[in-house]
Ligand binder design. Structure first.
Ligand code: PMT
Length: 433
C-alpha cells in the first residue's frame, strides 16, 4: 500500500494514509476428492492393520499424499516395506530413529500433516491418546500436530463396549477428534458385534465428507489481513484505512471449508475467526517475518493485508516537538520489503494470491502486478471514493494467467466464500497438472 502522500495526512496527532474500494459475486464449486491433502496415516496394532494397506491405495487414488507411521505393535502384523511401496514415502515407526530425528523429524512430520488418520485405532491407542501420552512416535505426533485428527477404531466388540473405552472415546470426541466407525459384523475373533474397522473406501469418503474435513481438508492456508503501522515516533505512525475485514472473512471462509488457517493480522479491532491461528503484528517488517516463518508449510498464501510500502528511515525515540519558526516536518521514508513478491519468488512455493488496491486503471495495474510478482491469482479492488476500505461490502476483479472473472459487489463474507472457492478450483487444476 502506497501512502496517499509522502508525508501522509495528519489526524489527531497521527499521520495516516488511506484508501478505499470497488465490487464483486459468483457460484461456489469445490472438489469432493482429496487433491493434495497430506494424510499422515497412523497404523496401530491389531489384525485390521492389513486393511490399512488398501486404505493407502484408496487415499492416493483420491489424490492425497500419504505418509505412514506404524506403532511397534502394528509392525507385528504388517511390514513397513508394504506401506513404503504403496505410499511412495519412507515409513516411520520409532521416535528413536537417529537419522530422521537428527533434524527433529517427528516435529517436521507433525507440521507436514494436513490430516491425521489413525486406522486401525486399537483400544490401547485410544486410551493413550485420551491420556495425552507421548510414549511412542504416533502418540507424540498426535500431540505435536495442529492438523485435525480422525480415528477408525477396530477391536473386539466387548473391548469397544467397555466403559473405559467408551469414556476414552467420549474424551477424544470432546477434544475434536473425529471417530469414524466402528462398523458391526463378524470379527476376526469369531464373534460378532460392533468393532470392525470401516472399509477403506468408507474411510476415504468419510474424510472427504465430514465436517472437519471439508473441501479444503488437509490444506494449510496462510492469510494476511489489515494494515501495517510504521512508527514515526512513540505516538505517531504511518498507516492506512484497512480494517482487516476482507482478510478476516477470507480466513473464516477457508477455515469453514476445512483448511487449517493461520492469519497474520496487522493492528485491527476484529475477533479472531473460530478455529484459526492468529499472529498479531504491527509493522511491515514484522508481517514479513511472521509470513516467512509460516510459508514453507502453507499450500496457499493470500495476501489481503494493506502492507505499507514505506516506513520512516528511523523511528524517533521521543515524540517530535514543534520547532519554533518551522511550519512543517520532513520525513525521510525508505521502502519496505514486498512480502508478496518475496513469497512468490520462493521455490517450492504455495499457491500465491495477491490483492491489488487501485484508485484508477484497476485492471491494467492489476495485470501488471500479476505478471511482475509472478502470482497465481490477483484480486483487484477499486479503493477510494467510499469503496473497499472500512466497509462491509466489496467487489473484486479476479485475474490469473489466461483468465478473468468479475465478482460483483456483495458483503465481504459472501465475497470471501466465492473467492476461496475460486482459489480452491484454480489450485486443484494446478495440482492436477
Ligand atoms: O481491510 P478492509 O477494510 O476490509 O479492506 C480490504 C482491502 C481494500 C485492504 C483489501 O481488499 C486489499 O486490497 N488488500 C491489499 C491492499 C494493498 O496493499 O494493495 P497493493 O496494491 O498496494 O499491494 C499489492 C499486493 O502486494 C497486496 O497483496 C499486498 O498485500 C502486497 N504487498 C504490498 C506491499 C508490500 N510491501 N508487501 C506486500 O506484500
Amino acid at each position: 500500500m502506497r501512502p496517499a502522500a509522502a508525508t501522509g495526512e495528519r489526524r489527531g496527532g497521527r499521520i495516516s494514509v488511506s484508501y478505499r474500494p470497488f465490487r464483486v459475486c459468483v457460484v461456489s464449486y469445490m472438489s469432493q476428492i482429496l487433491p493434495g491433502v497430506r494424510v499422515l496415516l497412523g497404523v496401530s496394532g491389531g489384525i485390521a492393520a492389513y486393511k490399512a494397506a488398501e486404505l493407502v491405495r484408496r487415499l492416493r487414488d483420491a489424490g492425497a499424499e500419504v505418509r505412514v507411521v506404524l506403532s511397534a505393535n502394528a509392525a507385528r502384523f504388517v511390514t513397513a516395506l508394504t506401506f513404503q511401496a504403496l505410499s511412495g514415502n519412507p515409513v516411520r515407526s520409532s521416535l528413536w530413529d537417529e537419522a530422521a530425528e537428527g533434524a527433529m523429524g517427528h516435529i517436521e512430520l507433525a507440521r507436514w500433516a494436513g490430516q491425521v488418520l489413525i486406522a486401525p485405532a486399537s483400544a490401547d491407542l485410544l486410551a493413550r491418546l485420551a491420556h495425552g501420552r507421548a510414549d511412542d512416535l504416533l502418540t507424540t505426533l498426535c500431540l505435536a500436530t495442529t492438523a485435525p485428527v480422525a480415528v477408525a477404531p477396530a477391536m473386539n466388540h466387548q473391548m469397544w463396549a467397555h466403559p473405559a473405552t467408551q469414556a476414552n472415546v467420549a474424551c477424544l470426541r470432546a477434544r475434536g477428534v473425529r471417530v469414524l466407525g466402528p462398523a458391526e459384523g463378524s470379527q476376526a475373533c469369531g464373534e460378532s458385534g460392533s468393532g470392525r474397522m470401516l472399509e477403506a473406501a468408507e474411510l476415504v469418503a468419510a474424510l472427504a465428507a465430514t465436517g472437519s474435513v471439508g473441501e479444503l481438508a488437509g490444506q494449510r492456508w496462510l492469510v494476511s489481513a489489515g494494515p501495517t503501522y510504521e512508527d514515526i515516533d512513540p505516538v505517531r505512525f504511518i498507516g492506512n484505512r484497512s480494517s482487516g475485514r476482507m482478510g478476516f472473512a477470507i480466513a473464516a471462509a477457508a477455515r469453514a471449508a476445512g483448511a487449517q488457517v493461520t492469519l497474520v493480522a496487522g493492528p485491527v479491532a476484529l475477533a479472531t475467526p473460530p478455529g484459526t491461528t492468529r499472529i498479531d503484528v504491527r509493522s511491515a517488517q514484522q508481517m514479513r517475518e511472521a509470513v516467512l516463518a509460516q510459508v514453507d508449510h502453507s499450500d496457499v498464501f493470500v495476501s489481503a493485508a494493506a502492507v505499507g510500502d514505506f516506513r520512516p528511515a528511523a523511528a524517533a525515540p521521543h515524540k517530535f516537538k514543534k520547532a519554533d519558526g518551522h511550519s512543517g516536518l520532513e520525513l525521510s521514508l525508505v521502502q519496505n520489503p514486498d512480502i508478496l513478491a518475496e513469497v512468490a519468488a520462493r521455490s517450492p512455493r504455495p499457491f500465491v494470491v495477491g490483492f491489488a488496491a487501485e484508485t484508477e486503471q484497476v485492471e491494467a495495474h492489476a495485470q501488471a502486478k500479476l505478471a511482475r510478482k509472478r502470482l497465481d491469482l490477483i484480486a483487484a479492488n477499486e479503493v477510494g471514493h467510499e469503496l473497499g476500505f472500512e466497509r462491509d461490502d466489496n467487489a473484486l476483479l479476479l485475474l490469473w494467467p489466461g483468465g478473468r472473472e468479475a465478482l460483483a459487489r456483495t458483503d465481504k463474507t459472501t465475497l470471501a466464500q466465492d473467492l476461496v472457492a475460486r482459489i480452491a478450483r484454480l489450485r486443484a487444476r494446478q495440482v492436477a497438472g
